[in-house]
Structure formats: C-alpha cells, structure tokens
Design a protein around this ligand. Structure first.
Ligand code: 5GP
Ligand code: ZN
Length: 114
C-alpha cells in the first residue's frame, strides 16, 4: 500500500506527530479541522473502507472506540459530547481509502449532518 497517504503517515511519521500510538492504532490531528477538536483515529492495518472490515479485525475496530474514549477525556470533550464519524465511499465523501474515524468535538454538532 505504498501509495496510500495514511500508510505513509503511519510508516514515515516522526512519533511526535501522533497524539496517540499503540501497536495497532495511531491518532493525529486532521489537517483541515472541522471543529475545535478534530482527530483522526486510524488503524495501522490498511483497511480501505468499512465494507472491507473482516471478522479478524473486529477487535481492532472495537479498540478504536476505547481510543476515542481516552482522547475525548484528554481533550475535555467527553461530557459535553463529541461525534465519531466514518465516511464510507463516494456519497459519504470518503477521500482517503484507509479507514479512519473522525473524532469531532468542542462545538455543538448539527443533525442531520450535511
Ligand atoms: P475522509 O473524507 O476520507 O473521511 O477524511 C479524510 C480526512 O483526512 C479529511 O478530513 C482531511 O482533512 C484529512 N487529511 C487529508 N490529508 C491529510 C494529511 O496529509 N494529513 C492530515 N493530518 N490529515 C489529512
Ligand atoms: Zn493505507
């Protein structure tokens, strides 16, 4: 997956770029934030979309939620609330085909989403 931007970030990044890292998952700030807190939580494994999640990745995807909990606490948005968003394919506006979870918070979110 050498041409995948997020694989490159995961493989080439200096550690300081990440606000969270473990063996399976990294998190870093979105380059174009849509809220005061806008963090991307990304599995190191290259899974292109939600449609490519297989049974052997279910634990990994579950761990993403624990990382989201931790980051929401660290960034002071756990009580006020936050949104965790995964865009899948064209109609949802997915641009990077390496699955990632947007952790958005620090402002009131609108519903329905645009
Ligand atoms: P998607 O539309 O695929 O759900 O979200 C892709 C996200 O990645 C966008 O919010 C975009 O701003 C972010 N992004 C794209 N390129 C980069 C980059 O080089 N660095 C970082 N930190 N975020 C990026
Ligand atoms: Zn990738």
């Amino acid at each position: 997956m050498s041409e995948c931007l997020f694989c490159k970030i995961i493989n080439d990044s200096v550690p300081a770029m990440f606000i969270y890292e473990d063996d399976d998952i990294v998190a870093f700030n979105d380059i174009n934030p849509q809220a005061p807190v806008h963090i991307l939580i990304v599995p190191k494994k290259h899974i292109p979309t939600v449609m490519d999640i297989e049974k052997n990745s279910v634990d990994l995807i579950g761990k993403i939620y624990l990382v989201a909990q931790r980051l929401s606490l660290e960034h002071g948005i756990s009580e006020q609330g936050f949104r965790l968003v995964v865009n899948c394919n064209h109609d949802a506006g997915q641009e990077i085909f390496h699955i990632h979870f947007h952790l958005l918070g620090g402002r009131k979110m609108l519903w329905p989403p645009g």
